[in-house]
Design a protein around this ligand. Structure first.
Ligand SMILES: Nc1ncnc2c1ncn2[C@@H]1O[C@H](COP(=O)(O)OP(=O)(O)OP(=O)(O)O)[C@@H](O)[C@H]1O
Ligand SMILES: [Mg+2]
Length: 289
């Protein structure tokens, strides 16, 4: 999307309610360079953990190629964003009630890309999101992987971005590429780094160090460290049962990590100076279910 389009979208949304901020909720987009690194599981885990902490959460599935957030949570949408864009439904009518009061905006596979929306469809989407965000504390957006215009458009629209990477070199390289593109578009955009699927604290810390060193050296950009989700077989078990891991295995290492991350986002805790070491100790001290 061009910056022209972005500012058109913003001014259009703002023009609807000039006195109101663009979104009442805190809007975070969850993204990655490489696919399959755990974004959708992260979105579900964070959403349920924030809800457990008393927050009102709406999640938007914006992976239009392979929408699957609803499947992950065992929901069957009758209507999707496609109906909203076509003007057949308003956004409130397609909202799904997920676990713990989390509300989900389902996408549909093969929907026309956000970059190619006409003005009327774009307005339907923005107006709907604005209304829904007025009844929420958080709007989490699950994006498709990779550097595409439609993903970047969502990242630019969000207030903050959570960049998910695994410790694998390929994921790390693609994560750097994503930060670079984002930085060139909007240098001041806060980017949180989340390391998923790490085997150990050392590995996760090394991943953070490498990415931070690269972005600071080559882009002069500081990444905020959100934390890590360890490799945890409970995640796969929960996926198979189409339940959120936080819901099904609340004491599992992944669920404890999601809760810690949610608290970090809420500003209730922050990473200690010794980085992941204390975080990992905290996880290790809790018996998984
Ligand atoms: N911390 C983890 N421990 C164990 N398995 C994990 C973990 N995180 C994710 N997985 C597994 O990795 C796979 C991919 O996860 P997910 O679908 O969330 O990735 P994604 O980034 O959303 O993928 P896509 O780019 O296709 O949207 C899933 O099978 C999930 O069970
Ligand atoms: Mg996904």
């Amino acid at each position: 999307m061009s910056s022209d389009q972005a500012s058109r979208l913003r001014s259009m949304a703002q023009g609807l309610r000039p006195e109101a901020p663009l979104f009442a909720a805190r809007v975070l987009a969850i993204t990655s360079g490489k696919g399959g690194v755990g974004k959708t599981n992260v979105v579900a885990g964070l959403a349920l953990s924030l809800a457990q902490l008393g927050q009102r959460v709406v999640v938007m599935d914006a992976d239009f190629g392979l929408a699957n957030l609803d499947i992950l949570l065992g929901l069957s949408p009758k209507y999707t964003l496609e109906h909203v864009l076509r003007g057949e439904k308003v956004l409130e009518e397609i909202l799904l009630d997920g676990p713990m009061g989390v509300r989900i905006i389902p996408a549909s596979s093969g929907i026309q890309e956000l970059t190619h929306l006409d003005t009327v469809s774009e307005m339907r989407l923005v107006q709907g999101l604005q209304r829904v965000a007025e009844t929420a504390d958080w709007l989490l957006i699950d994006t498709a992987a990779g550097i595409h215009d439609s993903v970047l458009k969502l990242l630019m629209a969000a207030q903050e971005v959570i960049l998910v990477t695994t410790p694998e070199p390929t994921s790390l390289v693609d994560a750097y590429a994503m930060v670079k593109v984002l930085h060139l578009r909007e240098a001041s955009k806060p980017v949180w780094l989340l390391v998923n699927n790490g085997q150990s604290m050392d590995e996760a810390q090394e991943t953070v160090d490498q990415l931070q060193a690269a972005t600071e050296r080559f882009l002069g950009k500081q990444l905020k460290v959100l934390g890590l989700i360890p490799n945890d077989p409970h995640i796969l078990q929960a996926v198979r049962q189409q339940r959120g891991v936080v819901d099904l295995f609340p004491r599992s290492p992944a669920s404890l990590a999601f809760r810690a991350l949610a608290r970090q986002l809420l500003g209730q805790v922050s990473l200690q100076p010794d980085g992941f070491a204390s975080f990992w100790r905290q996880l290790a001290s809790d018996e998984p279910q």
